[in-house]
Design a protein around this ligand. Structure first.
Ligand code: ZN
Length: 483
C-alpha cells in the first residue's frame, strides 16, 4: 500500500476531530442540528488552522443522509455524527461532481474561474446541495469577485459557498458583509503536542514527548505544518521519533547547542562562543537558521522566567536585538556566517567602562601656542609652591591653543580631564589672570592623540627660561596695549 501522508490521515473526519477550533465546531454543530446553515461562509485564519477541512466537513454534512434524517426528526446531532461518513453521499463525496474546490492562488485563468462559477446556476447532479470551496479567495480577479458577489447576493437554490482566506483585509467589504464569518484561531502548542502523540500511538510509532513539543512549537499554530513536520520525521526515523531525530530531519540546531552559545555569551567567554558556533556550522546549519533559533530559544527562556515572576531579562533582550539586527545584515549578504560570528563575539566581549568620545580637536587656529605654553607653565610653577592640589589637577594637561585670551588645555583622556573639575578650572583661571594681568579664560578639550604632558617635568633651568620668556611676552603685550 502506498504511504499516505499523515497530513491526509490526520485530517478531521467529523466536527469532533477539528482540533483547536472548538468555538467554530460547536457553533456549526448547533446550526446543522437546527438546519440553519448559511449559503455563504467566509473562513478566515492563518494557513493550516483548519479552514479547508472545516469547509469540506460542512459541505459533506449538508449532503449527509443521516444528518438530513436527524434534522427532519428534530434530533440534535453530536459533533461525532457530523458528518456520518457512512451514507452513500458521504462515501462518494470526494468524487462528487457537485463539490467544486479550487485555489484562487493557483494560476487558473479568468475564463476558467468564470466557467466554474457559472455551473452554480445548474442544478446539482446527485447531491442535495452543490458546494463551492474557494481557497485564498482574496487572490481572485476583479471579474471573479463580481461573479461571486452576484451569486451570494441572489443565490441559486441549493448552492453553498465556502470562501477561505488568510488575508481578510484583502477581501472586499461587499463579500464580507454577505457571508457568515468563521474566525480560525492559531492552535496552541499545548493542543498540538498531545494530538501528535495520539496520532503517533495510532500509527504504532513511539514519539517522545519532547520531540512532540518541539514540533508543536515549530508549527507556530498550524496543525498542517505540525503534521507535515511529523511526517518528515516519521519517514526518517525507525519506529521511534526522538528530539534528536526532529532536529536532524528538520535541519535544526539542538537546544543544547543553543544553550551553550547563550551561556558562553553570558559568561563573556569568547572561546566557548567560538567553539559552540563552530559546532553548529559543522552540522551544516545556515547562519540565519542559527540566529532565528537563538531568538526563539531566548524568547522561550524569557517566557519561563516570566512564569516564575522573574523580569530580569534585559540581558536576553540585548542579545535578541543584536541577533535581529544581524539577521537584517545577513539578508542578501555573501558572508552571513561571519556576520553571525562577529555579532556573537561582540556580545561576549568583556564589559568596558564608558569612555567619552574625544571632543573635536582645537581648530582651526591654535593662536599663539608658544605664549600659551609660557603662561601655563609659569602659572603652574607658582602654583606648585602655593596650591599643590590645584597644580596636580592640571599638570597632566598640554596647551593646545591660546587665542582671544582663551587658553586651551588638552587632556589625553576623560579621567585626566575629570580631575580638573569646574572648581579647579575657576581657580586656575584666576591664577592665570593674576599672572598675565588681564582676564584669561580656560577651555578644556579631551583628545587621545595628544602627546604626553612632558613639558611640566622640564628641569628647573628650562623652567626659568620659560619664566623669562613670559616676561618678554607680557612686555610685548603691554607695548601692544599702549599702541
Ligand atoms: Zn453521511
Amino acid at each position: 500500500m502506498a504511504y499516505e501522508a499523515l497530513y491526509t490521515r490526520g485530517r478531521p473526519k467529523t466536527l469532533s476531530q477539528l482540533i483547536g477550533q472548538e468555538h467554530i465546531s460547536n457553533a456549526l454543530a448547533r446550526a446543522i442540528s437546527a438546519g440553519k446553515t448559511s449559503h455563504a461562509y467566509l473562513l478566515v485564519g492563518t494557513r493550516g488552522t483548519g479552514k479547508t477541512s472545516t469547509a469540506r466537513l460542512l459541505s459533506k454534512a449538508m449532503n449527509c443522509e443521516r444528518v438530513h434524517e436527524a434534522q427532519l426528526a428534530g434530533r440534535p446531532l453530536d459533533k461525532k455524527e457530523i458528518p456520518c461518513n457512512k451514507c452513500d453521499s458521504c462515501r462518494n463525496f470526494d468524487s462528487s461532481p457537485d463539490s467544486v474546490e479550487f485555489d484562487a492562488a493557483s494560476n487558473r485563468s479568468v475564463e476558467d474561474v468564470t466557467r466554474l462559477l457559472s455551473t452554480a446556476y445548474l442544478a446539482p447532479l446527485r447531491a442535495r446541495v452543490k458546494t463551492f470551496i474557494i481557497d485564498e479567495v482574496h487572490m481572485l480577479s476583479f471579474e471573479a469577485v463580481n461573479s461571486i458577489l452576484k451569486l451570494i447576493e441572489e443565490p441559486p437554490p441549493n448552492v453553498a459557498f465556502f470562501l477561505a482566506t488568510t488575508e481578510i483585509n484583502k477581501v472586499p467589504m461587499t463579500i464580507r458583509s454577505r457571508c457568515q464569518v468563521l474566525n480560525f484561531r492559531l492552535i496552541p502548542q499545548a493542543t498540538i503536542a498531545p494530538y501528535l502523540l495520539t496520532l503517533a500511538r495510532r500509527l504504532n510509532v513511539t514519539l517522545q514527548e519532547d520531540a512532540a513539543k518541539k514540533i508543536a512549537r515549530l508549527a507556530e499554530g498550524s496543525m498542517r505544518d505540525a503534521l507535515t513536520y511529523l511526517d518528515q520525521c516519521y519517514a526518517m526515523a525507525d519506529k521511534e521519533i526522538t528530539l534528536e531525530n526532529v532536529n536532524e530531519t528538520l535541519g535544526l540546531i539542538s537546544d543544547e547547542n543553543l544553550d551553550d552559545i547563550i551561556s558562553a555569551i553570558k559568561a563573556k567567554d569568547r572561546a566557548a562562543v567560538g567553539g559552540a558556533i563552530t559546532r553548529a556550522f559543522r552540522s551544516g546549519l545556515a547562519a540565519n537558521i542559527i540566529a532565528e533559533s537563538l531568538i526563539t530559544r531566548l524568547r522561550d527562556i524569557e517566557f519561563d522566567m516570566l512564569d516564575k515572576g522573574d523580569r530580569n531579562f534585559s540581558e536576553f533582550d540585548k542579545i535578541i536585538d543584536a541577533l535581529r539586527a544581524a539577521l537584517g545584515e545577513m539578508y542578501g549578504s555573501g558572508i552571513p556566517d561571519i556576520i553571525l560570528e562577529m555579532t556573537l563575539m561582540k556580545l561576549a566581549a568583556p564589559v568596558q567602562s564608558f569612555v567619552a568620545p574625544p571632543m573635536p580637536a582645537q581648530t582651526p587656529s591654535r593662536g599663539n601656542l608658544d605664549a600659551g605654553q609660557k603662561i601655563f607653565y609659569d602659572t603652574l610653577e607658582v602654583l606648585n609652591g602655593e596650591n599643590k592640589v590645584l597644580a596636580a589637577s592640571v599638570d597632566k594637561a598640554v596647551v593646545t591653543g591660546f587665542a582671544d585670551d582663551t587658553l586651551t588645555l588638552g587632556f589625553k583622556n576623560k579621567t585626566m580631564a575629570s580631575l580638573f573639575d569646574t572648581n579647579s578650572r575657576t581657580q586656575f583661571e584666576q591664577a592665570v589672570t593674576q599672572f598675565v594681568g588681564r582676564p584669561i579664560k580656560i577651555s578644556v578639550v579631551v583628545d587621545e592623540n595628544l602627546p604626553p604632558p612632558v613639558l611640566s617635568r622640564l628641569p628647573e633651568p628650562e623652567r626659568s627660561n620659560l619664566a623669562n620668556a613670559i616676561k618678554t611676552f607680557q612686555a610685548s603685550d603691554a607695548t601692544k596695549i599702549n599702541d
